[in-house]
Design a protein around this ligand. Structure first.
Ligand code: RAT
Ligand code: ZN
Length: 440
């Protein structure tokens, strides 16, 4: 797998501490990006013991919600009719519409092409049968190892919702752990949909009420402590609307302040805030129906300032919020920006955001996560990230060299490791050698 085919890949031929010349920078950056195993800090992938929750294979790849959104722009089919099709019929329709009738030039369609190519499958096949046959022959554990290797990642963070009716019971049975998959305690149902979920907690024996009072907040904390004990998450996480405010006289404000933030402090884990979703502006297209909106990041300022002992991993969905996020990260060391999330994960926008972050934050951010929902997506998403970021980083090193810094390969190696591994390991308290959480 090449890192940056659009860049000249003259071998760098420099060792760690040799002083570099400008001509070596591009190849060295590519080699170091290629040689570093990244940690994927936010995905929707699942360890094998969580069974059917883990999506993989060609039909799942083609019916990814990013592609479903694109289908409705190129096909006359109405969402209702689409949802009545079987998974294979949906995939066939998307394949025909977005790959055979139109060249797959969008980021999401191009990703499928890259995955097929990575496995040596025909990319312009008239039918999906050969790809279906290929994936049906794979044994899941060895397939995961192969996929991670192709993607250049050592481990991923999952998204685990204990109130999901399909997922919760599995955690209660104590699923077999897999060190390649870190659990993450996702709190959207609790923080954003309390009215629909308080009774689920009540049915589990927690003395909570719809109107959250201090006693309910304590019981939510007890629930989070039980989840922590069961799952050992590396962080807690929630997506939030563009209208998110903090402090706020609301159920969410109360739960955040009196249950979630203290629980993260108690367990010494970060809270991930993914801000800027406009939920379900078009519910008929389901998962594809969310949009994005500019948020008021003063909410983040207040959280970082009010809770200096807490750590906040943060991604914001609106392009317009990116600069402010960098400014706040310069003010608060307990804020770690991560990723170019969802609608931002396109080369043009990633480039702009990453340049800005390096200029304002050096290497004190996590440049990207994959957000993969289907296992094999990590192959194309991480390949694209390496391809887009190689010239950006190379340019920063070229400027640094020009300005008089005696640059070495070791500098570049250290920076890449920091951005794509150690920043997360340190923030989440992971022990790098074993991928296990450290004692403190
Ligand atoms: O990118 C996505 O797949 C979105 O649908 C969301 O899942 C988002 O990433 C989230 O975690 O809420
Ligand atoms: Zn996500």
């Amino acid at each position: 797998m090449s890192t940056a085919p659009n860049e000249t890949a003259t071998p760098s031929a420099n060792t760690n501490n040799d002083l570099m010349v400008a001509e070596q920078i591009s190849a060295t950056v590519q080699e170091e990006l290629q040689g570093t195993q990244f940690i994927d800090v936010h995905t929707h992938l699942f360890m094998p013991s969580l069974g059917k929750l883990g999506l993989w294979g060609i039909d799942e790849l083609i019916t990814y919600h990013y592609l479903e959104a694109e289908l409705f722009r190129s096909s006359p089919i109405k969402p209702d009719a689409y949802w009545h099709l079987t998974k294979q019929e949906q995939a066939d329709l998307i394949w025909r519409t977005l790959f055979l009738e139109n060249p797959p030039v969008s980021e999401a369609t191009r990703g499928v092409v890259a995955v097929l190519e990575a496995f040596g499958l025909e990319t312009r096949a008239n039918s999906l049968q050969a790809a279906r046959d290929f994936f049906s022959r794979q044994e899941l554990s060895s397939h995961i190892r192969r996929v991670f290797k192709l993607a250049g990642i050592s481990e991923v963070a999952m998204t685990n919702d204990p109130l999901d009716p399909d997922e919760g019971p599995t955690w209660e049975r104590g699923p077999e752990r897999d060190p390649q998959f870190h659990p993450v305690l996702r709190l959207d149902r609790i923080l954003n949909k309390w009215d629909e979920h308080w009774s689920v907690l009540a049915a589990k024996g927690y003395r909570v009420e719809r109107a959250v009072n201090d006693a309910s907040a304590n019981e939510i904390r007890r629930f989070l402590a039980d989840c922590y004990a069961r799952m050992q998450p590396v962080y807690m996480a929630c997506s939030l609307p563009d209208t998110f405010e903090y402090p706020e006289q609301s159920t969410r404000g109360h739960i955040l302040k009196d249950a979630v933030v203290p629980a993260c402090r108690e367990f010494n884990i970060p809270l991930s805030l993914m801000i800027g979703v406009r939920y379900q502006v078009n519910p008929s297209i389901r998962l594809a129906g969310d949009a994005s909106g500019k948020a008021d990041l003063r909410a983040l300022e207040h959280l970082c300032a009010s809770f200096p002992e807490n750590r906040f991993l943060t991604s914001v969905l609106s392009r317009e919020n990116q600069h402010e996020l960098c400014v706040y990260a310069r003010k608060f060391s307990n804020l770690l920006p991560f990723g170019c999330w969802w609608f931002l994960n396109n080369p043009s926008v990633v480039e702009e955001i990453t340049r800005e972050r390096v200029e304002m934050l050096g290497t004190t951010f996590i440049p990207q996560h994959s957000d993969a929902r289907i296992l094999e997506q990590v192959i194309y998403k991480w390949r694209n990230t390496r391809r887009i970021m190689a010239p950006i980083f190379a340019n920063h090193y070229r400027l640094l060299l020009e300005d008089g810094w005696p640059l070495t390969r070791a500098d570049i190696k250290q920076d890449i490791k920091r951005m794509f591994r150690s920043n997360f390991e340190r923030f989440a308290g992971l022990n790098s050698s074993h991928g296990q959480r450290s004692a403190n």
